[in-house]
Design a protein around this ligand. Structure first.
Ligand SMILES: C[S@@+](CC[C@H](N)C(=O)[O-])C[C@H]1O[C@@H](n2cnc3c(N)ncnc32)[C@H](O)[C@@H]1O
Length: 229
């Protein structure tokens, strides 16, 4: 069981996300708990201020140290350090990947802090265990990044996917892209399904799929094969 804690200025963005599909099922089954916190609740003064203009000048607003510091302290007050992870979502972080999803799936509590505006007061970086980016592009806020992390982690937890879903071999399994998949019809205006898949010979199909996965990876993502024979 894993608990995600999401700190955001836009909690409503998560309402649809949390209520649908496998994520809704996993919550009902008690395999995952997700808590969404409004950073504004830790805002300062009667306007619950969370951001301010940058020292030294410049455009935009910067998220202040205090609301985040106090929020982290309150949210994590009962956490045992070793089994928990505090993560700042930022384009300056390490690029998130499947390996990181696997690592995170072993924690009991994961806090995901979503920024907005011009980002965080630099001193906030020292309050977390790590900084993660979901790619080399700029989003308006960390919420979509938090959803990507939640979705990629929780599906790895035992019992979340059905047996059939869980045994599927997917892209990045074994460091390869997934083999090509086809469904009906067998012949779509002359574009045919490879005959081996219709042969019923499971050994041959497995061999073909592995070869295709390697071929696809060489063609599309040779970087995944770095350091391999
Ligand atoms: C407009 S961005 C701020 C970018 C910041 N000025 C910078 O250059 O690092 C606002 C927030 O969106 C989130 N964000 C934007 N791009 C992201 C990415 N690639 N991965 C994770 N979070 C991202 C972060 O939480 C960030 O604080």
């Amino acid at each position: 069981m894993i608990k995600f804690h999401i700190l955001t200025l836009f909690p409503d963005l998560f309402s649809g996300f949390l209520k649908e599909s496998i994520l809704a099922r996993a919550q009902k089954q008690g395999l995952i708990e997700i808590y969404v916190y409004n950073l504004r609740d830790w805002g300062i003064g009667k306007h619950n201020q969370v951001d301010d203009s940058p020292y030294g000048g410049g455009t935009g607003m910067v998220i202040m140290m205090e609301p985040i510091d106090v929020a982290i302290k309150e949210i994590t007050k009962d956490w045992m350090p070793k089994k928990n992870r505090k993560i700042l979502l930022t384009p300056q972080g390490k690029i998130y990947n499947q390996k990181k999803a696997e690592d995170l799936s072993k924690y009991e509590n994961v806090l995901l802090i979503c920024g907005r505006y011009e980002g965080f007061d630099e001193r906030i970086r020292a309050l977390v265990d790590e900084e993660l980016s979901i790619g080399n592009y700029i989003l308006n806020g960390g919420e979509v990044a938090a959803m990507a992390v939640v979705e990629s982690v929780f599906r790895l937890l035992p019992g979340v996917l059905t047996k059939e879903e869980a045994t599927r071999i997917e892209t990045f399994h074994d460091g390869l892209l997934e083999y090509p998949q086809y469904t009906r019809p067998e012949d779509y205006y002359g574009k045919k399904v490879p005959p081996v898949l219709l042969s019923g010979n499971h050994a041959k199909i497995e061999k073909w799929r592995h070869e295709q996965a390697v071929k696809k990876t060489i063609e599309k993502r040779p970087d995944l094969l770095d350091g391999r024979d």
